[in-house]
Design a protein around this ligand. Structure first.
Ligand code: HEM
Length: 505
């Protein structure tokens, strides 16, 4: 298997190829190397760790995701997850994961998500009025807005409401001092911002590299882990009494939130809550949904709004589709809008918020390949043997922008490609995953919240684009992997300036 060159500039003896990948935009180096070495190659890991396989080969990725009991999340990652999210769905492996997934599944079915639509619309409309009022104060020409500060408002409010019937009242996030947060929502977002602002520094590169090399007790002392812990402490404090009430059958939600569905689905044949469904499991999962579902969806919205600002013709086309709708916007009308659907898919293709899932092989295995490897001795390999302990990175944006699959305009935002016959590669050229993408991963551990995420994106974009116009400022925006995919401007993380004005019909 090939390696990128080992010149000291590219692979240093101490940091392998990992530092270079970390310093560049998310997946950028992997995309460069895929063009040179094909969709499966090895990189040198930092601190003398064994080499890591980078895989975007669709048969290999499908095999890895499908065999989730053989390819697990790395122990270092799970240690962090246990402390930050608790021992919920993201942390669980094997039979425990299968149990949790079975119990939680009904809360994320198509029908359950439809039942959450009113909450999603209300939160989206609240953001719409907030922005409209803000922008209107500047008259017709509108004003510059750091949209990054606004997209977390509906995504946090939605997950609070549909998660456990709690209102975070996140509107105050539009204007607050992160050094002196006053509400739970402000504490959580300020903590997240603190983590993100450090996440592109060298210590942040070092943290996971050290975590995989040292025992769990030491990793827990890293400030990085401790900061994230503050988010889960806040969530646990809010969630604990609500969960206890739900366990007693006294939860006052509207019956359509995840907690209500979970406590209904988690009852045994005698109507008693199954004992495996402890308060701790439920609180860990509420925590998991808030952290896994809030910033990811906000990131997807940030970058899709940036693309729409940079492609005014696409934005106008979307607005025309929204305004042409004869009925008021509701769950059904939003589902039926083809251009909106194409915009969401194109946004997630180019800007997947979790662009680098990783896995570790628990046993020796043979992995099938869709692109055969030609060895130096002239052999053609249609599969590769790997050994127990082999680590993998599965770069999502690299796979979804590979010009050998998506063509010469692979990196360009073209929603129309999803609407014209032959506009996207044929099914056998695409990975197995939602809409032929890997944005929500694949297999038994795919994103359980994908339907909710897609509905949130559709509703929030629909509500914003019908009344506001977003324009690019021309400032270069980088997309760095800082826990999730984050915009960075002039070296500052969490900044995405867009010019916003009231839309003319
Ligand atoms: C655009 C938004 C989102 C994206 C792109 C996204 C992406 C992903 C990806 C790639 C994974 C697999 C990670 C891995 O296995 O390494 C994942 C897992 C997960 N996601 Fe999402 N997600 C989004 C929104 C949400 C939402 C809204 C929720 C819940 C409310 C959620 C909850 C979860 C959970 C619980 C898992 C773990 C599933 C399991 O291991 O069985 N996500 N997500």
């Amino acid at each position: 298997m090939s390696f990128p060159p080992k010149s000291s500039r590219i692979a240093t003896w101490l940091w392998g190829h990992e530092l270079l990948a970390f310093e560049n935009d998310a997946n950028h180096m992997y995309s460069t190397w895929v063009r040179q070495f094909g969709p499966l190659f090895k990189i040198k890991a930092a601190l003398f760790h064994p080499d890591i396989i980078i895989a975007t080969d669709r048969a290999a990725v499908r095999h890895i995701y499908a065999n989730s009991k053989t390819y697990i999340k790395t122990p270092a990652f799970r240690n962090q997850v246990a402390k930050i999210l608790g021992k919920g769905l993201v942390w669980a492996e094997g039979d425990d994961h299968a149990f949790q997934r079975r119990i939680l599944g009904p809360a994320f079915s198509a029908e359950s998500i439809k039942g959450m639509a009113n909450d999603v619309f209300e939160c989206a409309e609240q953001l719409e009025s907030l922005l409209v009022n803000h922008v209107r104060a500047y008259g017709e020409q509108g004003t510059l807005v750091n949209i990054f500060k606004y997209t977390s408002i509906p995504t946090l409010d939605i997950i609070g409401r549909v998660g456990f019937g709690h209102d975070f009242n996140a509107a105050s996030l539009a204007d607050f001092d992160p050094a002196a947060p006053e509400t739970d929502a402000q504490t959580m977002i300020a903590t997240w911002a603190g983590v993100m602002h450090k996440a592109y520094t060298f210590p942040a590169f070092l943290a996971p590299v050290i975590v995989r090399a040292v025992p769990a007790w030491l990793s827990a002392r890293l400030s990085h882990t401790q900061a994230q812990n503050r988010i889960s402490t806040t969530i646990a404090r809010i969630a604990a009494p609500i969960v206890s009430a739900a366990q007693r059958g006294e939860h006052s939600g509207n019956g359509k939130d995840i907690l209500s569905i979970l406590t209904r689905a988690g009852k045994d044949s005698e109507g008693k809550l199954r004992e495996e469904l402890t308060d701790e499991t439920i609180i860990s999962n509420i925590n998991t949904f808030i952290i896994a579902g809030q910033q990811t969806t906000a990131d997807a919205l940030n970058f899709t709004l940036l693309e729409l600002a940079q492609h005014p013709e696409a934005q106008q086309k979307l607005r025309s589709e929204l305004l042409a709708s004869e009925s008021n916007l509701d769950y059904d009308s939003v589902q039926e809008m083809p251009y909106l659907d194409a915009v969401v898919k194109e946004g997630l293709r180019l800007h997947s918020p979790l662009p680098q899932p990783e896995r570790l092989a628990l046993q020796d295995d043979v992995i099938p390949l869709s692109t055969p490897i030609h060895t130096a001795s002239g052999e053609i390999l249609h599969s590769i043997r790997i050994s127990k302990g082999q680590a993998f990175y599965l770069p999502v944006i690299t796979a979804q922008t590979d010009p050998s699959v998506w063509g010469p305009e692979a990196y360009t935002f073209i929603p129309e490609r999803w609407l014209s016959p032959g506009g996207i590669p044929s099914q056998h050229e695409l990975p197995h995953g939602w809409s032929g993408l890997l944005a929500f991963a694949d297999g038994p551990r795919n994103c359980i919240g994908y339907r909710l995420a897609v509905m949130e994106m559709k509703v929030i974009l629909a509500v914003l684009i019908r009344s506001l116009e977003f324009r690019d400022t021309g400032v270069p925006v980088r997309q760095r992997l800082l826990q999730t995919l984050s915009p960075m401007v002039n070296g500052e993380a969490g900044v995405l300036p867009l010019h916003v004005k009231i839309a003319s019909a």
